[in-house]
Design a protein around this ligand. Structure first.
Ligand SMILES: *Cc1c(COP(=O)(O)O)cnc(C)c1O
Length: 388
């Protein structure tokens, strides 16, 4: 049976396993070897070689990139050393004087890169609430090159309308860039709504096993892909082959893991919403979420990310220190459940007034619901709440 190189016509669970994958030509190995090499021997001087140096290209990394592109339904994938390296790879398409319209509630590290690194290099940013397309439209300038958003956002689970924002960006001659780390391509594929660049921290759901730092981009446009590859080759933020292989291995089970995360996330969110011990619950899959209709239109599932208001920093601290299965840790998207207080952890680098503005209170607790038995997770939350 011929091996299917082009899995693009298949459904996503099949694409996760087969997209861009073919047996290794020498042995027929079904998994791509880990090409742990820095360089490749050339048969003669000046020959036109496919591989010359591993910063530029590596077959293990390329297997990951084809799979990532296949999952997002795009033509080109690029892998990076981290999610932030992938974001930096996009931002270095810009020059001093260029302007970016972005969401005020992005990942804390993204906010820090924009405000404390890229601003020094002469790139300017307008931070808006991208739930409201008018705010994005009003912030556009002649020198605006990118509209940069996340949906859902971390940790407030706000959404933006990708189709509407793609229209606004393109009308202004800018690209729409979407960090799809929270949703994953299993639940949301931004290119289908007109986005130009999709970003991932593969550290999270795509790798899924909390054992790698990595990042990736997916685009459709050929010249844009070439520009991004040029920046990456010229700045060097590539993943090693072992990490690329681990992420690829993780992505093959994306569909089964995300079904379980979606199911457990919804069950935990419903339980929190009905429990008198908690205040507001933020989860796009709940009908009480103010943008639930948009979520249902734009997403196919709502992930394992839930945030909940405990009312005070003291209560939040005691709660996250009392759970046993939910481990107190940064990060998200692994098979095991994690818990944290964004104001003191992921968003500690965001100024307190900006945090308050975003709704990231000291009493807000963020859960990354894993794929354990959900009854054990609910018992853990109930036990932690008792005697707070
Ligand atoms: C973690 C994360 C990043 C940064 O990725 P790293 O792999 O940690 O560099 C960017 N965006 C989002 C939404 C994230 O959750």
């Amino acid at each position: 049976m011929a091996h299917d190189h082009d899995a693009s016509r298949h459904r996503i669970a099949t694409r996760a396993i087969h997209a861009g994958q073919s047996p290794e030509p020498v042995t027929g190995a079904i998994m791509p070897p880990i090409f742990q090499t820095s360089t490749y021997v050339q048969a003669e001087l000046g020959a036109d070689v496919r591989y010359d140096y591993a910063r530029v290209s590596n077959p293990t990394r390329e297997a990951l990139e084809r799979n990532l592109a296949g999952l997002e339904g795009g033509r080109h994938g690029l892998a990076y050393a981290s999610g932030l390296a992938a974001i930096e790879g996009v931002m270095k398409l810009l020059s001093a004087g260029d302007h970016v319209v972005t969401e005020e509630n992005t990942y804390g590290g993204t906010n820090r890169m924009f405000n404390h690194v890229l601003s020094r290099l002469g790139i300017t940013f307008s931070f808006v609430d991208s739930r409201d397309p008018d705010q994005v439209r009003d912030a556009m300038r002649p020198e605006t090159k990118l509209v940069y958003v996340e949906t859902p956002t971390n940790p407030m689970m706000r959404l933006c309308d990708l189709e509407v924002l793609a229209g606004i960006a393109h009308e202004g001659g800018a690209l729409l860039v979407v960090d799809n780390t929270f949703a994953t391509p299993f639940n949301q594929r931004p290119l289908e709504f007109g986005a130009d660049v999709v970003i991932h921290s593969t550290t999270k759901y795509l790798n899924g096993h909390s054992d790698v730092i990595g990042g990736g981009l997916v685009v459709n446009d050929d010249p844009l892909a070439a520009d991004l590859a040029f920046v990456r080759k010229s700045t060097g933020a590539v993943p090693g082959p072992m990490d690329a292989w681990l992420v690829l291995r993780g992505m093959k089970t994306l569909a089964v893991r995300m079904r379980a995360h979606n199911e457990n996330g919804l069950t935990v969110a419903r339980w929190l919403a009905e429990h008198p011990g908690f205040e507001a619950v933020h989860y796009p899959g709940l009908p009480s979420h103010p943008q639930h209709a948009l979520a249902a239109r734009q997403m196919e599932g709502f992930t394992g990310m839930v945030s909940v208001e405990l009312g005070s920093g003291e209560r939040a601290k005691r709660f996250v220190e009392r759970t046993r299965l939910f481990a107190l840790a940064e990060s998200l998207g692994g098979v095991e459940s994690l818990i944290g207080v964004p104001a003191l952890m992921t968003h500690a680098s965001v100024a307190p007034d900006r945090r308050a503005f975003m709704g990231v209170t000291d009493g807000l607790v963020r859960l990354s619901v894993g794929i354990e038995d959900v009854d054990d997770l609910l018992e853990d939350l109930e036990a932690a709440l008792k005697g707070l």
